[in-house]
Design a protein. Structure first.
Length: 247
């Protein structure tokens, strides 16, 4: 009888973070800094081996070189013990990485699905912002995290809007509206996309949904940027409320 194949650890970094797989891997979720280092090793671009010096600058900026290198070695030891002896790869004493044959990650799969044109599959993977509630150990780590969050949010928003457009072109306004609502949630401060979503929802007969998109967007701008929607966006919302559609 063949031996059962061991379950490969899977790292989930969208929305509520998690690790699935063997118990040793699941325990990583209780070590936020080690988990953050793991996420960086998986996602840093270009993907692959990462410089030890870069890792030290990102995660142990306040330690002297000797202590910082010791901290990195200890972290890599924990990752090796948790994910499996073959999971950590290295190039001499300068670069380390995660062997993705032994560890999977939802964000990496998301990028692959987008690249393959499987947009709905990609959006199934995108459960929320990258490493939500995580903060860096240094300004450089925060900058990396902000850039990656924006990359994935933007890619997810573009995917949802592309799907909405495809269904609209096929005159399937029910599904177009579904993806348009998703696109609105991922639009960030992009008012042009918000106006397009409002127009599509109104055309689909979902006037209440169009106004909700506007109200949610208005609250988002107020809370994050302390501004109001532009006059053009406000006018469009007023017209939809009044039941006026562009001719």
């Amino acid at each position: 009888m063949d031996s059962p194949v061991a379950e490969k650890p899977r790292v989930l970094v969208f929305g509520a973070v998690d690790v699935t797989g063997p118990e040793a891997a699941r325990r990583l979720i209780r070590q936020p800094k080690t988990f953050f280092v793991l996420a960086y090793l998986l996602l840093a671009r270009p993907r692959g081996l990462q410089s030890r010096d870069r890792l030290i600058a990102l995660f142990w900026p306040d330690q002297d070189d000797t202590r910082a290198r010791g901290s990195l070695r200890a972290t890599l030891h924990v990752l090796r013990e948790s994910l499996g002896a073959d999971s950590i790869i290295r190039e001499g004493d300068t670069h380390v990485g995660i062997d993705r044959r032994f560890v999977s990650c939802d964000a990496i799969d998301f990028d692959a699905e987008i690249e393959a044109g499987h947009l709905a599959r990609a959006l199934d993977l995108y459960r929320g912002p990258l490493l939500d509630q995580f903060y860096g150990e240094s300004p450089a780590a925060d900058h990396w995290l902000d850039q990656e969050r924006e990359h994935f949010r933007s890619a997810a928003g573009d995917a949802a809007w592309t799907l909405a457009g495809r269904y609209e072109q096929d005159a399937d306004l029910t599904h177009a509206a579904r993806w348009a609502r998703r696109a609105a949630k991922l639009a960030g401060p992009d008012e042009r996309r918000i106006r397009k979503v409002m127009t599509l929802l109104d055309a689909a007969g979902d006037r209440a949904g169009a106004i909700k998109v506007y109200d949610d967007f208005s609250r988002y701008l107020s809370s994050t940027l302390d501004v109001e929607p532009s006059a053009e966006t406000q006018a469009q919302a007023d017209a939809i409320r009044a039941g006026n559609r562009p001719s």
